[in-house]
Design a protein around this ligand. Structure first.
Ligand SMILES: [Mn+2]
Length: 382
């Protein structure tokens, strides 16, 4: 065979608490499991040879027995796909880990030490893998991995932190220098939750697929897996979204709005316009921006309540500022007047030097300061 078909995923974090979602957490946890099952269905329907799972399949070793059982029976239902799992920093290999159980189906290979190779001669593949055996791995696991059968397709599955040469990491540092000397054709990485795109050092290709389901507002937009063929010295892999919902950060300009009803309408319109018919399926962090008249202060909980039926989950942050006659305020003989005067001078200074970034930073700081004078800055809001 001159190629094999692989599906590469990582960081499913099955069993994660997702406590920030409150009473939705339970349902969302179930959705993570459904997305896992969807991934295995792709393996069945598209005749995938190898399902490569590059760590953090589970959130930890203490996962409820039903989740573990579901994972085992689901793998058993795709006997024609070889499943290769390299434990990561969350689900590291230990005696109390589900990975130590003896009842995984025959198609499942769990890497349990620093370096292992399984020879699939009939598929012309040497499959390499390494396990985290504690939360931290400071020595580069890739350092000891070198292809022995150079004519075979060599694939490595590993959880680790992509770093520049000689940079350190507590999560198995993987550097281009290490990658170069492995002789691998593809290194399936996990740990970074954002898809990296497929990269290469010489004829060794490597990638992070990212997590298949975003678990917070630091994991935005479409999430998925990598699928395609691995050849000797090249790959043909594409990113495919598989997430059931998206986490979205939506900045909405509500300049001159006068009421919570109006703001809710603007947000809803923006959501529909940007995300189409299925806009209600998403999780949103809405950030309100723009200048408002002094007599209207948005009530984020009232706005959120008005949009209850428009999103799976939604929270609103108010980053608007009051439209003020700054020149008049700067003439006041008060601490506030002095503050505004000094900030305006700073901003004008940066504007004159064309340093828009600094000017914008000071402008923002000025508005936060003005709000603080009105006692309107809650703790931890900035
Ligand atoms: Mn990790």
């Amino acid at each position: 065979m001159d190629h094999v078909k692989v599906l590469h995923c990582a960081d499913l974090h099955l069993g994660a608490e997702l406590s920030s979602l409150g009473n939705l957490a339970r349902e969302r946890r179930q959705e993570l499991l459904s997305t896992f099952i969807k991934i295995t269905s792709i393996c069945r329907n598209e005749q995938v040879d190898f399902l490569l799972i590059a760590g953090d399949l589970f959130e930890g070793s203490n996962i409820d027995i039903n989740t573990v059982r579901t994972v085992k029976t689901t793998f058993a239902s795709i006997p024609d796909t070889i499943v290769a799992i390299s434990p990561g920093n969350h689900d590291y290999m230990a005696i109390d880990s589900p990975y130590a159980d003896g009842d995984w189906s025959g198609n499942v290979h769990i890497f349990k030490s620093d370096k292992e190779m399984i020879d699939f001669e009939e598929k012309n593949v040497c499959l390499w893998g390494s396990a985290f055996r504690s939360t931290y791995v400071t020595r580069p696991l890739l350092e000891s991995i070198h292809a022995t059968e150079k004519n075979r397709i060599n694939i490595c599955v590993m959880h680790g932190d992509l770093v520049s040469n000689y940079q350190l990491s507590n999560y198995n540092p993987v550097s281009p220098l290490h990658i170069r000397y492995t002789g691998m054709d593809y290194i399936a990485l996990g740990h970074i939750h954002k898809s990296s795109g497929v990269m290469n050092v010489g004829s060794t290709w490597y990638a992070y697929p990212g997590c298949p389901e975003g678990m917070g507002f630091d994991e935005l937009d479409d999430k998925g897996i990598l699928i395609g063929n691995v050849y000797k010295g090249s790959v043909d892999l594409e990113f495919r979204p598989v997430c059931s919902r998206r986490n979205i950060e939506l900045k909405v300009d509500i300049t001159s709005a006068k009421s919570d009803v109006e703001v809710a309408d603007i947000i809803r319109y923006d959501m529909m316009k940007t995300y189409g018919d299925s806009y209600r399926d998403n999780l949103y962090k809405v950030i309100l921006e723009g200048a408002l008249d002094e007599d209207y202060v948005p009530d984020v909980s009232s706005i959120g309540a008005r949009l209850k039926g428009d999103a799976y989950y939604l929270k609103v942050r108010d980053n608007t500022h009051v439209r003020l006659d700054l020149e008049a305020l700067a003439r006041e003989t008060s601490l506030k007047g002095i503050f505004i005067r000094m900030m305006l001078e700073k901003i004008a200074g940066y504007d004159a030097k064309d340093n828009t970034e600094k000017a914008e930073k000071y402008r923002k700081a000025m508005y936060v300061g003005i709000k603080a004078f009105e006692n309107e800055v809650p703790l931890n809001d900035y």
